[in-house]
Write a protein that binds this ligand. Structure first.
Ligand code: SF4
Length: 381
């Protein structure tokens, strides 16, 4: 253990040196955006921002599925639970506050306190097994990105989902949102110079869907793993690519990610789901950025039997919450006057404070600087 820590220290120290050298060659300020809540967690928990030279800024992007789940779907889930229909939800969406309260309940947590029928599950399989015994109408709040979609798809594909369990799909696709965030940042004068692309999502979809970052925006991207050293290597790679004028998408997380992704998982997703225009909380509808059950699975589609799918969108952040700007990388949690005042992890006011992967929640738990002092001491800088 001690040896491992020693090795990590040497590697981190060497990487910090490379980052400093490459950053000094650039001679201007650069912003790198991550698209994955787990990258933000690693960056903050290990204090990686404080290891960056003054001209390198790391910003968070829209990579937390709970943060971008539209208020509309939480309101519908609360409504169903209050009507006595069992709603299955992952724990990290349980406290997600909706914009409009339903009979005084703003979240599934409130609904359960008020006698609503809410069940927290660890997986879709848990919901399937419980619904089989329950036998009455129930609904699963299907939040997630491409990483989660195969775990839903395999149960539908193998005909394991009982007729009384309806699926409310809030599945979202990350590349269209990444494009949106890059365009938005540029329009606000906050251009991104490189992207730390998501490792888990890319393990499913591969690196090919990220080529547009290089092609359309003329900036490099690196698909990164989640250890602190992975993130440091990715930053070093991005800086080096900028210095060499390489506009490309590279894979740092090559122990898991292949250019074409996981072919079987992609096939499963394509057999069970179909792409559609979909809404993102705080952002609105983004073209072909969501998945819903295809016609072959319509018996279980909540939008055909229990609730109407969202057709129109209006801004759905609570007044004063800057979460929309936070997920687009143009504001930091600390820019929000409510951060750690009216909005805390135990009493979240906005959606970015709910999930362990929400940027505000991560900053709240680890102080934005994380273990920086300790890390800095260890690697002797
Ligand atoms: Fe929204 Fe809370 Fe984050 Fe402020 S601190 S942006 S209110 S989630």
């Amino acid at each position: 253990m001690r040896e491992e820590r020693g090795e990590s220290r040497v590697i981190s120290s060497a990487l910090s040196e490379i980052i400093r050298e490459e950053a000094s060659k650039i001679g201007r300020k650069v912003r790198f955006m991550n698209f994955c809540g787990t990258h933000e967690w690693t960056t903050v928990h290990y204090g990686l921002r404080t290891l960056m030279p003054g001209n390198v800024e790391l910003v968070a992007g829209p990579g937390c599925p709970v943060c971008i789940t539209p208020s509309y779907y939480i309101e519908k889930a609360v409504e169903l639970a209050m009507r006595g229909i069992r709603v299955y939800s992952f724990g990290d969406a349980y406290k997600l506050p909706a914009l409009k309260p339903i009979n005084g309940a703003k979240s599934l947590s409130d609904a359960r306190s008020a006698g609503g029928n809410v069940s927290i599950v660890y997986s879709f399989l848990d919901a399937v097994q419980d619904a089989e015994e329950y036998r009455r109408d129930s609904v699963f709040l299907g939040i997630g990105f491409e990483t989660t979609a195969p775990s839903y798809a395999i149960l539908f594909y193998n005909n394991k989902v009982p007729r009384n369990l309806f699926f409310m799909s809030v599945l979202r696709l990350t590349p269209p949102a990444a494009r949106y965030a890059l365009e938005y940042g540029a329009s606000k004068g906050e251009k991104v110079d490189g992207v730390i692309a998501p490792g888990h999502v890319s393990a499913v979809i591969g690196s090919d869907p990220w080529i547009f970052i290089a092609k359309d925006f003329g900036i490099p991207a690196v698909i990164s793993g989640f250890e602190p050293i992975d993130v440091l290597v990715s930053v070093a790679m991005l800086l080096r690519m900028l210095n060499r004028g390489e506009v490309d998408v590279k894979i740092e997380y090559n122990r898991v990610v292949k250019p074409h992704g996981n072919i079987k998982a992609k096939e499963l997703i394509n057999r069970v789901f179909e792409e559609e225009d979909a809404s993102w909380r705080g952002l609105g509808f983004i073209e072909r950025s969501g998945l819903d059950l295809s016609d072959g699975f319509s018996d279980n589609n909540a939008f055909l039997h229990l609730v109407e799918k969202q057709k129109e969108w209006s801004y759905d952040m609570p007044p004063g919450c800057k979460c929309a700007e936070v997920v687009l990388g143009v504001a930091k949690p600390t820019d929000c006057p409510m951060f750690m005042k009216a909005c805390t992890p135990s009493n979240p006011f906005g959606p970015c404070m709910v999930s362990m992967e929400g940027t505000c929640a991560v900053w709240a738990r680890f102080g934005g600087g994380g273990l920086a002092d300790e890390v800095a001491r260890e690697i002797g800088i």
